[in-house]
Write a protein that binds this ligand. Sequence first.
Ligand SMILES: [Zn+2]
Length: 102
Amino acid sequence: MITALMLASMALGSALSHWWVLATQIILTAVMMTLQVRHARRLRSKIVAAAGRVCIHCSYTLASLPAPGVCPECGRAYPEDGYAAVWVRAWPQALGKYSNMK
Ligand SMILES: [Zn+2]
């Protein structure tokens, strides 16, 4: 979208400088990074609270469900540990200290 705006502005021969395009890109990048960090923090908290029993396909909490079973959200089978080992292996920096999750 930004590129389209920039091209449109250039095509029209706008006398305006393009500082606002760069500013918009910086702001959007900052917003996206903030949202990604917030999502990662929430997911990590959810995984820790559920002791790793969170579906790797849809992030549904499996903590109160019998294991192994089928995720009620996405319909995929989950293993007995509810993916705790998978989460720790996939995200060792964030969950490494919780490697004893069962
Ligand atoms: Zn699922």
